[in-house]
Write a protein that binds this ligand. Structure first.
Ligand SMILES: [Mg+2]
Length: 141
């Protein structure tokens, strides 16, 4: 499985061209996805040149290596590098319709195989509860 991963706004907060703060669990989750599912991770970003190198280095220093960056495979040349579309099975990007789920949710979605099922929405508990509890009825609350 090939997964294309965006950088700004996805792995780190969007502060391009500077490198933002890591989005909680992004790098650890990506390392687990690589290890647990033998996924091929491709960095897919608007960054080029120095800014791209900085992003790759940022991840490398934290133990995350990509198979390729802005290319389908490591040896892809400038001339080849005009893909109509990256050949990825999945894209993880903060510009996804619906936004970027939490990294824990991303892991669960990949683990379950339900890649294209919308992320579970937050279940909001009702507070205060509509029904009176037993003790509350007794005390006349
Ligand atoms: Mg982005």
């Amino acid at each position: 499985m090939v997964i294309a991963v965006d950088f700004d706004g996805t792995i780190v907060t969007h502060e391009y061209p500077r490198i933002g703060r890591e989005i909680p669990f992004a790098i650890d989750t990506l390392k687990r996805i690589q290890k647990d599912f033998q996924a091929i991770l491709v960095l897919w970003t608007v960054r080029e040149g120095k800014e791209l190198t900085e992003a790759i280095e940022y991840c490398r220093e934290r133990g995350l290596e990509f198979y390729a960056a802005n290319a389908n495979y490591p040896e892809e040349t400038e001339k080849d590098n005009q893909p109509r579309k990256l050949k990825a099975d999945l894209f993880i990007d903060d510009r996804n319709l619906g936004g970027l789920p939490d990294w824990g949710v991303i892991y669960q979605m990949i683990a379950s195989g339900d890649y294209f099922k919308p992320a579970p929405t937050e279940i909001k508990s009702e507070y205060p509860p509509k029904k009176k509890g037993f003790m509350q009825s007794l005390l006349g609350g």
